[in-house]
Write a protein that binds this ligand. Structure first.
Ligand SMILES: Nc1ncnc2c1ncn2[C@@H]1O[C@H](COP(=O)(O)OP(=O)(O)OP(=O)(O)O)[C@@H](O)[C@H]1O
Length: 815
C-alpha cells in the first residue's frame, strides 16, 4: 500500500525531498561537465581558426556556432533542470517512436525496485556511458508525464512534480494514477499545482513545462504538418501552449523548422514583450517573435486606429484600392513626353501615356518597380507608332539632320535637357526602328521623363500619397464611399511619422504590388548602354559597377549573421520578405483580412498553429476574416485542386479546444461568464479551477469622478498585491477622453507594476489585479464592444475592481 503523507507528515515529505535532491545533484554535476565540454569545443573552434585557411574558418564557424547553441541550452537548463519523475510498470517504449534530433529522445528509465523510474527535465542529460539521467520534456519518453490519467494511466503508477528554486528542490507534489501498483511508494502533495496558479505575476509570462495538462499536451505534440487550430476561452493557456509547441517542433524537427524558421505573431508590442521570455526559458531562442505592427522590416507601428478606421483599413476591399493606387501615376509625374528624332518632334500626350501605363501595369503585377524597362520599351513603341503616323520615316530619310538646332532650343525652353548631338549625323539606316530607338534612348528628354514618369516607388510613399483625397478617390472605385475616403485620407496625413498597426498590413500589400526595387546591376558600364546616365542605370536606379568591379570577398560569418544579412533593410523596404516553415498566430480572432494576406505571404510553404477565441473578437465580419484566413493557409485553393485525391499534408486541419481556465479565480470567472452571456448567449465558458475567496468589487461612481476613483482603486490594490496591476480604460474614441496622455496621467507616479492601458492593448495580458473603468462605455464603443469588455474582465488572477457610472452595470456584473 502507498503511504499518503499529505498534510500529516512533514518528515516523510522532507525525506522524499532529500532523496530527490540527491538525484538532482547528480544531474547537475553531469550538466556542469557537459557545459565544460561545450566551452572546450568553442575554444577548440577558435584554435582551428588560427590555422588561418579558409577551410578551417568554415569548420570553426560551424563548430563555434553549434557549441555556442549547446552552451546556451545548457545554461538555460540550470534553473529547475529536473521537474518531474515518473514511476512506471516496466514495459518497452512504443516501438520505433521517432527520436527527435535532441538528447534523450528514446531514453528508457532506470529500473528501481522492479519499477521503471524516469526523470523529466528541461533538457536531456546522459551519463558519460550514455545512460539517461534526465529525459527532455519534448521527447517521446516524456509523453506519459503529461498524458497519463487515472482512467488511462499508460503504465504510470505515480507522477511526481518537483518544485525547485535554482538547484534546490523545495517541494513535491504527487499524483497517484494506479493505486493497485503503488506498493511501497510514498505519495505526498498539497495542491501545489493549484497553489502555483495563484502565484504572483511579475509582468512576464513564464513557461509551464512542469505542469502542462493533458489537453494542452495534445496540442503541443500535435502533428507538425498542416494547420493546428486551437480554440479556448480566456486563461485556458492558449498562448502558453502555442509557445511550448514551438519549442516542441524545434526539438523534434530541428532541421526542418530550425533552418527555415518559425514565426510567432502577436497582436501588439506589449503582448510580445509579455511573452518574449517563454521560449528562451525553454532553450529556444531561434523563433522570430513579432507583433502585427513589426512584420514589415523598416516600419514600426506607433499606434492603433479607431475601430471604424481599423475596419476600413482591414477589409479585403482595400487590396483592390491599393492595386488601383499603385497603377495611378506617381505624384509629380510629367503629363507629356516630347522627343526629337532627326528633326521631327514626336510627342505623347496624357491620354496616350495613361494608356501605356495601364498596359504595363496589367502585365507587371507584383513587379511594378522592376517594370521600368518594360515601360521604357512601351514608350518607345508608342513613340515609334506616333512617328510613323506622322509620316516620319520618309521625312527622316530625306533630311537626316533636320532642324536639330531649332528643336534643341525648344526643348531647352521647356526645361527639358538638350538633345545630345553626338552621332546625330551618323547615317546608319535613318528612319528605321533600330536607329529610332537608339537615338531616342540617348536623349535626356527621354531618360529624364522615364525616371519621373515611372519612379521607383516605396510603400510608405504610396500610402502617404493617398492623404490626397482626390488621389484616394480615384483609387477608391466602388469600394469606399465619400466618408470613408475623407476619414482615410485624413489618417494618412500623419505618414510617414505615425504608422498604425493596420497600416502595416497595407504597406506589406503595397510592397507585394510594387515588388522589390530592381536588383543592383552587376553589368559593367558600357559606353553604348543608353540607360546608363552619369554612372547610374536608370532602369534599375542603381550605380553601375565600373571595370574594376570584383566580386566582394565576404568575411566568413555564422549562419545567424547570414540570415540577418539576407533580411537587411533597404530604405524602408525589406530586400526579401522572409518566409517561414511554421507560423504561430496568437489572438487570431482579431486579424483583419488584410493582416491575413500579410501573413499568407510569409507562409506560402508553412505549417501553422492558430490560436483564437472567437468570443474575444473585436472584428465585425468574422466570415470575411475567415475567408482571408483560409486563403492565407492556401486551404481554399488546395481543397479545390485536391478534390477526389488525397489531401496534401499541408492542408490537413487538426482542431482542439482547451476547456480549463487557469488564470481567473472562480470568483472573477463568474463575472466574465456574465459578460460572455450578454455578448454571446450561446458560447460556453471555460471551467475555472481555483477559488480565492476574494470577491470582485463593482463600484458606482459619477462619470466625472471615474479617473479619481480609478486612481484610488489602484492605490488600494497596491497595498494588497505584490505583482502586476492593470488599469484598463475605454478606447480613446472621439479623442477627448481616455487618450494616451490621459492614461499617462492616470499612472503618473505609480510604480512600474501598474500599467494603464486601453481595452485593446490589454488583449492576451494578465495581471494580479485589474481595475476596469466604465464598462458601459467599453460595451458601446464598437459593434463588438461587449466582447471587448469580456476580454477586459478576464485579465485578473486575484482581484477585480470595476468602476461604473451606471448603477445597472453593478447588477449586470454581479447579481
Ligand atoms: N498547465 C498550466 N500550468 C500552470 N499554469 C498554466 C497552465 N496553463 C496555463 N497556465 C497559466 O494560465 C495563464 C493563462 O494562460 P494564457 O495566457 O496562455 O491563456 P490564453 O488562453 O492565451 O488567454 P487569453 O485568451 O486571455 O489570451 C498564464 O499565466 C499561464 O501561465
Amino acid at each position: 500500500m502507498s503511504s499518503p503523507a499529505t498534510g500529516r507528515s512533514g518528515t516523510v515529505k522532507d525525506q522524499e525531498i532529500a532523496a530527490e535532491q540527491e538525484y538532482v545533484d547528480v544531474a547537475y554535476r553531469r550538466l556542469e561537465e557537459m557545459r565544460a565540454a561545450a566551452q572546450e569545443m568553442i575554444k577548440e573552434g577558435y584554435r582551428q581558426a588560427q590555422a588561418g585557411t579558409k577551410g578551417s574558418l568554415v569548420d570553426r564557424d560551424a563548430m563555434v556556432h553549434q557549441a555556442a547553441l549547446r552552451a546556451q541550452a545548457l545554461d538555460i537548463a540550470d534553473d529547475g533542470l529536473v521537474f518531474g519523475r515518473l514511476d512506471l510498470t516496466p514495459r518497452p517504449l512504443p516501438g520505433g517512436a521517432p527520436a527527435g534530433d535532441g538528447d534523450g529522445a528514446q531514453a528508457p528509465g532506470r529500473i528501481v525496485d522492479g519499477r521503471e523510474v524516469r526523470y523529466i527535465g528541461r533538457i536531456g542529460v546522459r551519463t558519460r556511458d550514455h545512460d539517461s539521467l534526465v529525459i527532455d520534456w519534448r521527447a517521446p519518453a516524456a509523453e506519459d508525464f503529461y498524458q497519463a490519467t487515472p482512467e488511462v494511466p499508460r503504465g504510470v503508477i505515480r507522477r511526481r512534480v518537483l518544485h525547485s528554486r535554482g538547484h534546490t528542490v523545495v517541494d513535491l507534489e504527487d499524483d497517484l494514477l494506479d493505486p493497485d501498483a503503488a506498493d511501497g511508494l510514498t505519495v505526498v502533495g498539497d495542491g501545489a499545482f493549484l497553489a502555483s496558479l495563484a502565484r504572483t505575476r511579475e509582468g512576464a509570462m513564464r513557461d509551464i513545462v512542469a505542469t502542462i495538462q493533458r489537453e494542452q499536451d495534445e496540442v503541443i505534440r500535435a502533428p507538425a504538418d498542416g494547420t493546428v487550430l486551437v480554440r479556448g476561452a480566456p486563461g485556458t493557456g492558449k498562448t502558453a501552449v502555442a509557445l511550448h509547441r514551438v519549442a516542441y517542433l524545434l526539438f523534434r524537427h530541428r532541421r526542418r523548422f530550425g533552418s527555415r524558421g518559425v514565426l510567432v505573431v502577436g497582436p501588439n508590442r506589449r503582448f510580445t514583450a509579455y511573452i518574449e521570455r517563454v521560449l528562451p526559458s525553454l532553450g529556444e531562442g531561434s523563433a522570430a517573435l513579432r507583433s502585427l505592427g513589426d512584420l514589415v522590416d523598416g516600419v514600426r507601428a506607433t499606434g492603433h486606429d479607431t475601430p471604424e478606421l481599423a475596419r476600413l483599413k482591414g477589409a479585403a476591399d482595400m487590396a483592390r484600392v491599393l492595386r488601383r493606387a499603385v497603377a495611378d501615376q506617381a505624384p509629380g509625374a510629367p503629363g507629356e513626353l516630347r522627343v526629337v528624332y532627326r528633326g521631327v518632334i514626336v510627342a505623347l500626350d496624357r491620354p496616350a501615356l495613361d494608356r501605356i501605363r495601364g498596359d504595363v501595369h496589367r502585365r507587371s503585377r507584383g513587379s511594378v518597380n522592376a517594370a521600368r524597362a518594360r515601360a521604357a520599351e512601351a514608350l518607345l513603341d508608342a513613340l515609334w507608332r506616333r512617328f510613323t503616323d506622322l509620316g516620319g520615316p520618309d521625312a527622316a530619310a530625306q533630311s537626316p539632320d533636320g532642324n536639330l538646332e531649332l528643336w534643341s532650343q525648344i526643348l531647352a525652353a521647356d526645361g527639358l535637357a538638350e538633345i545630345d548631338r553626338q552621332g546625330t549625323s551618323a547615317a546608319d539606316a535613318p528612319g528605321k526602328r533600330g536607329d529610332f530607338d537608339k537615338r531616342v534612348r540617348e536623349q535626356r528628354a527621354f531618360t529624364d521623363f522615364l525616371v519621373a514618369w515611372w519612379p521607383i516607388r516605396r510603400p510608405l510613399e504610396v500610402l502617404g500619397s493617398l492623404a490626397d483625397a482626390g488621389r484616394l478617390r480615384r483609387a477608391a472605385g466602388r469600394e469606399l464611399d465619400r466618408g470613408a475616403v475623407t476619414a482615410l485620407a485624413r489618417s494618412w496625413a500623419a505618414l510617414p511619422d505615425a504608422v498604425t498597426y493596420q497600416d502595416v498590413a497595407l504597406l506589406d500589400e503595397l510592397d507585394a504590388l510594387l515588388g522589390p526595387p530592381p536588383r543592383p546591376s552587376r553589368r559593367r558600364a558600357r559606353e553604348d548602354d543608353p540607360y546608363v546616365v552619369d554612372g547610374i542605370n536608370i532602369l534599375t536606379g542603381q550605380e553601375v559597377a565600373g571595370d574594376d568591379w570584383e566580386p566582394e570577398m565576404q568575411e566568413l560569418t555564422t549562419s545567424i549573421e547570414r540570415i540577418e544579412r539576407s533580411r537587411r533593410v533597404d530604405d524602408g523596404v525589406a530586400e526579401e520578405r522572409p518566409e517561414y516553415a511554421h507560423i504561430v498566430v496568437d489572438e487570431a480572432q482579431d486579424l483583419s483580412p488584410m493582416q491575413w494576406r500579410m501573413l499568407g505571404r510569409r507562409g506560402r510553404q508553412a505549417s501553422w498553429t492558430i490560436v483564437e477565441d472567437p468570443a474575444q473578437s473585436a472584428w465585425e465580419d468574422l466570415d470575411e476574416a475567415r475567408r482571408a484566413m483560409e486563403a492565407a493557409l492556401g486551404g481554399e485553393q488546395r481543397e479545390r485542386k485536391s478534390r477526389g485525391r488525397r489531401r496534401p499534408a499541408r492542408s490537413v486541419r487538426h482542431e482542439y479546444e482547451l476547456t480549463t481556465n487557469y488564470r481567473n479565480s472562480t470568483e472573477i470567472a463568474a463575472v466574465a461568464t456574465r459578460v460572455l452571456a450578454m455578448a454571446l448567449p450561446e458560447a460556453r465558458p471555460a471551467r475555472a479551477v481555483r477559488s480565492s475567496g476574494i470577491m470582485p468589487v463593482v463600484d458606482v461612481v459619477p462619470s466625472a469622478g471615474l479617473e479619481a476613483a480609478a486612481r484610488a482603486a489602484v492605490e488600494e490594490l497596491l497595498t494588497r498585491v505584490e505583482g502586476t496591476i492593470g488599469l484598463i480604460v475605454p478606447l480613446p474614441v472621439g479623442g477627448d477622453r481616455w487618450t494616451p496622455a490621459d492614461r499617462e496621467r492616470l499612472a503618473a507616479g505609480l510604480p512600474e507594476r501598474v500599467q494603464a492601458l486601453d481595452v485593446l492593448e490589454a488583449k492576451g495580458l494578465e495581471f494580479d489585479a485589474a481595475v476596469i473603468v466604465a464598462p458601459e462605455t467599453i460595451a458601446i464603443q464598437s459593434p463588438r464592444g461587449l466582447r471587448v469588455l469580456y476580454v477586459a474582465v478576464s485579465r485578473a488572477t486575484q482581484y477585480l475592481t470595476v468602476l461604473t457610472a451606471e448603477p445597472g452595470w453593478r447588477e449586470n456584473l454581479t447579481s
